[in-house]
Design a protein around this ligand. Structure first.
Ligand code: ZN
Length: 382
């Protein structure tokens, strides 16, 4: 079945040769983009989607989300807004709830969040484990994740669980040994929370190296709560992405700029922990590739909304609206090392969104407003 999108007011392609096109049409064949060009020259198609003069852009690629968990932490958020600092320690609250939840509860909650994200234009979402922190609980978390996304990440090294509090090195051995072996069949990526109070640079290096040996791609939570070795470790090991990047020195920025490691910024976390935002402008000006993602999780960023992250990146992080939308689409694709996502050009996956607005600028200009009118995912209207 082929489908033509017509009457497009503005087509944001992320194609380096074309960028923004006007009077364009897009033809989708099956799950791929088949043709992009002037509407007057468009080939025939079986079905027609009338964009009614609105903007059309690639679906959002959310390259960082923690969707497999049980419970929520609204009370912790409220206490934080009343002045309590964020330390990451609340992760253990979610671990306890996740361990006592059934598979169906975990599956139902994750599915609800994926569909919530889809309604807001997210057509690809990465999903991490990391609230099980035992071999069976990490495996079942990844099994649920793999039902919902091909971009699955083993995050056994999220925090040291309470039962290992006085012997953290034993937990690192478990993560890079038996737990990794059991998790690897369901994971594409391995990730570590490299932060004071979680895992240090040596522990992160050991776990990432073990994951790479098992054929997993590398990602790293780095430099969120303070300066640290994470960003440079991610670059040194050739990780696809260093995530958070809130506290960077010049050497960190230079390392990212001279590498293929994407700086993935997660402003929902700074919003929800009332922390200083990362400096996206500095990273872009240095030549780094920047992605925006939600970090959707029940503790430090319980939003699934990429438009919200775009608005924050524009208002608080120095990006223009166009740069922020690029980071939320093409940037996310780069962070997942996917060349078939985040662009509207022949051969790309047919993931696109039609806005309730004439321009992509409205995503930041009209914050908090539901602007996603239609979503095509894998070529199918959703
Ligand atoms: Zn995260």
């Amino acid at each position: 079945m082929s489908l033509i999108v017509t009457n497009i007011g503005e087509l944001l392609t992320n194609d380096p040769d074309h960028g923004i096109r006007h009077d364009a049409a897009v033809v989708v064949d099956g799950d791929r983009i088949a043709w992009v060009g002037p509407a007057t020259q468009a080939p025939a198609a079986d079905l027609r989607l009338d964009a009614d003069g609105a903007a059309v852009l690639p679906g959002f690629v959310d390259s960082h989300a923690h969707l497999v968990f049980a419970g929520d932490r609204a009370a912790e958020f409220s206490a934080r807004m009343a002045g309590q600092p964020y330390t990451g320690g609340g992760i253990r609250t979610t671990v306890a709830a996740t361990r006592s939840a059934s598979d169906d509860e975990l599956r139902g909650n994750a599915r609800r969040l994926v569909s919530e994200a889809l309604r807001q234009g997210t057509t690809t979402i990465e999903i991490k484990s990391g609230y099980g922190l035992s071999v069976p609980d990490e495996v079942r978390s990844l099994r649920v994740a793999a039902e919902l996304s091909t971009e699955t990440t083993f995050l056994g090294a999220h925090v040291v669980p309470a039962e290992y509090a006085d012997r953290p090195d034993d937990y690192v051995d478990l993560v890079q040994g038996e737990m990794l072996d059991a998790a690897a069949p369901y994971a594409k990526w391995v990730d570590v929370f490299c932060e004071r109070g979680a895992f240090d640079g040596d522990q992160a290096r050991a776990i990432l190296t073990a994951g790479a040996k098992r054929g997993l791609g590398l990602r790293l939570h780095a430099n969120q709560l303070g300066p640290g070795p994470g960003v440079r470790l991610a670059v040194e090991l050739g990780a696809a992405s260093a995530d958070h990047c809130t506290h960077l020195d010049d050497a960190d920025v230079d390392a990212l700029a001279g590498s293929d490691t994407v700086a993935t910024l997660l402003p929902g976390a700074e919003f929800s922990t009332r922390s200083p935002y990362p400096d996206a402008r500095r990273l872009l000006d240095a030549g780094a590739t920047v992605a925006l993602a939600t970090d959707c999780n029940p503790g430090s960023s319980y939003t699934s909304s990429m438009p919200f992250c775009i608005a924050l990146a524009v208002r608080e992080m120095g990006l223009t609206p166009t740069e922020a939308v690029h980071a939320a689409t093409a940037g996310g694709a780069a962070a997942l090392r996917r060349t078939d996502l985040g662009r509207i050009s022949p051969g790309a996956r047919a993931d696109l969104i039609v806005l309730d607005a004439p321009s992509h600028l409205h995503l930041a200009y009209r914050p908090g407003v539901p602007l996603i009118r239609h979503v095509l995912q894998h070529g199918a209207p959703r």
